[in-house]
Unconditional design. Structure first.
Length: 110
């Protein structure tokens, strides 16, 4: 049984958040004080695969695209993570095939 759409969106944002600065090549990254973001090469590879799948749909959604760009600048921001989750929920509710593919990719990251 596949996870719910909100769970998929939340898990996706958890995987992507620390990697988006590198994926989107953001030079200035703001982190919360005392927060060190460590990304393994394996984690980055998984995030890039996920990003390749969702990017066309993210790019087509103004709100989701802005949220992704802001998460790339501030990966630890719960506000922008939540905005990206909401954008993904809207996208995945309209595209079950993408939700299924995302569930499969997330399963491989565990």
């Amino acid at each position: 049984m596949s996870p719910s759409i909100p769970t998929l969106a939340q898990s996706t944002v958890q995987v992507l958040s620390p990697c988006l600065p590198q994926i989107l090549a953001v030079e200035e990254v703001r982190t919360a004080e005392g927060t060190d973001i460590v990304v393994t090469s394996e984690h980055l590879r998984a995030a890039k695969k996920i990003w390749q799948e969702i990017w066309p749909d993210i790019a087509a959604s103004y709100e989701a695209k802005i949220a992704a760009q802001e998460v790339a600048k501030a990966p630890a921001s719960p506000t922008w993570q939540s905005a990206l989750e909401q954008g993904l929920i809207e996208i995945l509710n309209k595209n079950q095939a993408l939700a299924d593919k995302l569930a499969e990719l997330l399963q491989m990251t565990r």
